[in-house]
Write a protein that binds this ligand. Structure first.
Ligand code: PEP
Length: 253
């Protein structure tokens, strides 16, 4: 873990929890992480629970995130949610290009880039997800895929805006499968991402960039992942759905 970069642990609740269930989960979590000061804690409930969760965490050390947004300002885009709507509910972060969105909803490097630029334009901090499938890894395409996703997702972003952005490296084969990348495997890709960002921007931006790991992170494996030089946080699905496990994970030592 690099002390210059404040660790960021985010819970992605995906399509789980009604607004009341989500509020209850957030309410239980608040006292469990109240004394955590040296790392950022973020919750990403479904759109329909942003309001109740936002109320439950108001004034605490937990920040609110959305799981997606649309890149246009407003208008005839049935079913979509704008940056302004997310800001209105108190969101500070927005997850963009999660592999489930790439897999099931057609997100690609171009739309990820449009969403990322819109989030930044509006003052939301994007958590941009990248990661290879098992087939890509086995076909030796890991570097190509990561380089393409990083360059495509971050196209035309200013160095100033890069300071607000977080990248999440999530190998698709490790998401929700119980298979975690080893700390060494993960760190190798984090270093590759940092290198790519350095070549696209500069050493200062690359050095300050926070890169989360995601893929079956649990209270048992978080510390060994966070001990690695280029891992600056975690994006957590399953283990964020219970207050005790997410709190234990946030409090890794
Ligand atoms: C995720 O939702 O981004 C994720 C990594 O899920 P899980 O922790 O369940 O693998």
């Amino acid at each position: 873990m690099n002390k210059q970069r404040i660790p960021i642990i985010a819970g992605n609740w995906k399509m789980n929890k009604t607004s009341i269930e989500a509020r209850d989960l957030a309410t239980k979590l608040v006292p469990l992480v109240a004394n955590v000061k040296d790392r950022e804690v973020v919750l990403a409930p479904a759109f329909t629970a942003l309001q109740t969760v936002g109320q439950a965490i108001r004034g605490t050390n937990i920040a609110l995130a959305a799981q997606n947004l649309f890149w246009e300002e407003k208008g005839a885009y049935t079913g979509e949610i704008s940056a302004e709507m997310l800001l209105d509910l108190g969101c500070r972060y927005v997850i963009i290009g999660h592999s489930e969105r790439r897999q099931f909803f057609g997100d690609n490097d171009d739309t990820v880039n449009k969403k990322t630029r819109q989030a930044l334009r509006k003052g939301l901090s994007p958590i941009v997800c990248v990661g290879e499938t098992l087939a890509e890894r086995e076909a030796d395409k890991l570097n190509d895929v990561i380089n393409r996703q990083v360059a495509g997702g971050l196209k035309d972003i200013s160095t100033e805006d890069m300071k607000k952005l977080v990248i999440a490296y999530e190998p698709v084969w490790a998401i929700g499968t119980g298979k975690t990348a080893t700390p060494e495997q993960a760190n190798e890709v984090h270093a590759l991402i940092r290198q790519r960002v350095k070549s696209l921007f500069n050493a200062e931006i690359a050095g300050g960039l926070r890169i989360q790991y995601g893929g079956s992170v649990t209270p048992d494996n978080v510390a060994s992942l966070m001990a690695m030089s280029d891992i600056d946080g975690a994006l957590v699905g399953g283990a964020s759905l219970k207050p005790e496990s997410f709190a234990a994970l946030v409090k890794f030592t």
